[in-house]
Design a protein around this ligand. Structure first.
Ligand code: 5GP
Ligand code: MN
Length: 343
C-alpha cells in the first residue's frame, strides 16, 4: 500500500464542486472520536469562511473530553433531532464524510445519506473504502483524517485560510489518533504538519490538558476496575479487559470514559494483541476495541469475527452475544492465529 496524494483531476473536481456557495453537510462516523470531530469541525470552519452554508451532523453524541473544541456547540446530533436533520441532509448539494469509508458507519444516518442527492466527498484513512463518493480521498498510510484535511486544504489552495481555531481542531485529531505522536503512522511529515499548525495558532499544551487532564474521579475509579479485570491469555501474547454494565453504572459511566483503556493491555511486557469488551445494555451489544503491535491485523480480525473494522493496529467491532459468550468466542478464535501470536 502506498501513500497517495490527491490527483490534479480530483483537486479541480473539488474546486469546481465548491465554486459558488453551496449547501454542505459534513458527517463524522458514529461514536465520533477526536479525529472525527477535529476533522469535521476544521472543515466546517474553513468552508463557512469561504461563504458556504455548512451543517456538521454527527450520528450520535461525542465525549465530554472534546466539548471544549472550537465551534462544537454548533454540531447537530442526528439521533437527538432526526426531524431537524433529515431535510438538511436531503437538501444538501455536497456531503463530506470524514474519518469513515462505509455509510453503515454513519449509524442511523445511513438511510438519509443513502437517499441524499448530494455529491459525496470522502476523506478517510481506514482500510478498504467503499465507493459511494464522487471524490474518494483515501490514504491508509495516513495517521489521521485530520492530517489528510490539512493536505486537502493545502491542495485546494486555502493554506493561508487556516485560522487558530482550524489549527486547534486539526492538532487535536492528529494528537488523539497517533496516541500523542507515538504510533507507527506518525511520520516526519506529520510532525511538519504539526509544526505548521502550532505556528498557525494551535496551543499544544492547552490542547493536551483539555483532552487528557479532565478526568472525573469516577472515570479513574472505572479505570481501576478495568485494570482489576485485565486478563492475559497465556502463550498467545494477548490481554483483554471486560466491563459489565453494572460496573459502568457503579462508576457513573459517561460516553468517552473508557477511551484509551484498551491500551493498558498493550503496555504489558510481551503483549502484542489487546482487547476490551464493554457491555452496552441499551444497544444490546458488547462494544469491542482491539489494538495490536506489529503485523497482526486487528482490522482483519474485527471484520471476520465481530462485524467491525478499522486499521491494522487499531480496530473495533461489536457482538450480539452476552459479555461472557463474547469473551468465550474471542478466546476460542485466538488459537487460529497461533502462528502470529505464539512466540
Ligand atoms: P475504537 O476502538 O477507538 O473505537 O476504534 C478504533 C478504530 O476502529 C477507529 O479507527 C474506528 O473508526 C474503528 N472502528 C471502531 N469500531 C468500529 C466498528 O464497529 N466498525 C468499523 N468498521 N470500524 C470501527
Ligand atoms: Mn481517524
Amino acid at each position: 500500500i502506498s501513500s497517495r496524494h490527491m490527483t490534479n483531476e480530483e483537486i479541480s473536481k473539488v474546486k469546481e464542486l465548491l465554486k459558488p456557495s453551496k449547501k454542505i453537510v459534513i458527517v463524522p462516523h458514529k461514536g465520533p472520536d477526536g479525529d472525527a470531530m477535529g476533522s469535521t469541525l476544521a472543515l466546517k470552519i474553513l468552508l463557512e469562511e469561504q461563504g458556504h452554508f455548512v451543517h456538521l451532523i454527527a450520528p450520535n453524541d461525542y465525549p465530554d473530553f472534546l466539548k471544549w473544541m472550537p465551534y462544537q456547540e454548533e454540531v447537530l446530533i442526528y439521533d437527538k433531532e432526526p426531524q431537524k436533520c433529515d431535510p438538511i441532509i436531503a437538501e444538501a448539494e455536497v456531503i463530506f464524510t470524514l474519518d469513515f469509508n462505509h455509510l453503515s458507519r454513519a449509524g442511523e444516518m445511513y438511510e438519509p445519506l443513502q437517499a441524499a442527492k448530494a455529491k459525496f466527498i470522502m476523506i478517510d484513512h481506514h482500510q478498504q473504502p467503499d465507493d459511494y463518493a464522487e471524490i474518494t480521498y483515501s490514504d491508509v498510510t495516513m495517521c489521521s483524517t485530520c492530517q489528510m484535511v490539512y493536505h486537502f486544504i493545502v491542495n485546494i489552495g486555502l493554506k493561508e485560510k487556516i485560522t487558530p481555531q482550524i489549527a486547534t481542531c486539526l492538532y487535536t485529531g492528529i494528537m488523539t489518533d497517533t496516541g500523542s505522536f507515538r504510533y507507527r503512522s506518525t511520520t516526519s511529515l506529520t510532525h511538519r504538519v504539526i509544526a505548521d499548525l502550532i505556528e498557525k495558532g494551535a496551543d499544544n499544551t492547552t490542547i493536551h490538558e483539555n483532552v487528557f487532564d479532565t478526568s472525573s474521579y469516577g472515570q479513574l475509579q472505572l479505570l481501576g476496575c478495568a485494570l482489576q479485570n485485565l486478563r492475559v491469555v497465556e502463550g498467545l501474547r494477548t490481554a483483554y479487559i471486560t466491563l459489565t454494565q453494572e460496573e459502568l453504572d457503579r462508576h457513573n459511566f459517561k460516553k468517552g470514559d473508557t477511551e484509551g483503556f484498551v491500551n493498558y493491555g498493550l503496555s504489558l511486557q510481551g503483549i502484542v494483541f489487546a482487547a476490551i469488551f464493554i457491555e452496552n445494555e441499551a444497544e444490546k451489544i458488547v462494544k469491542i476495541s482491539l489494538r495490536s503491535k506489529g503485523t497482526f491485523s486487528v482490522n482483519d480480525f474485527a471484520r471476520r469475527y465481530f462485524s467491525g473494522g478499522g486499521h491494522i493496529n487499531a480496530a473495533g467491532g461489536k457482538s450480539d452475544l452476552s459479555l461472557q459468550e463474547t469473551v468465550d468466542k474471542f478466546i476460542s478464535i485466538l488459537p487460529n492465529y497461533k502462528t502470529s501470536l505464539a512466540l
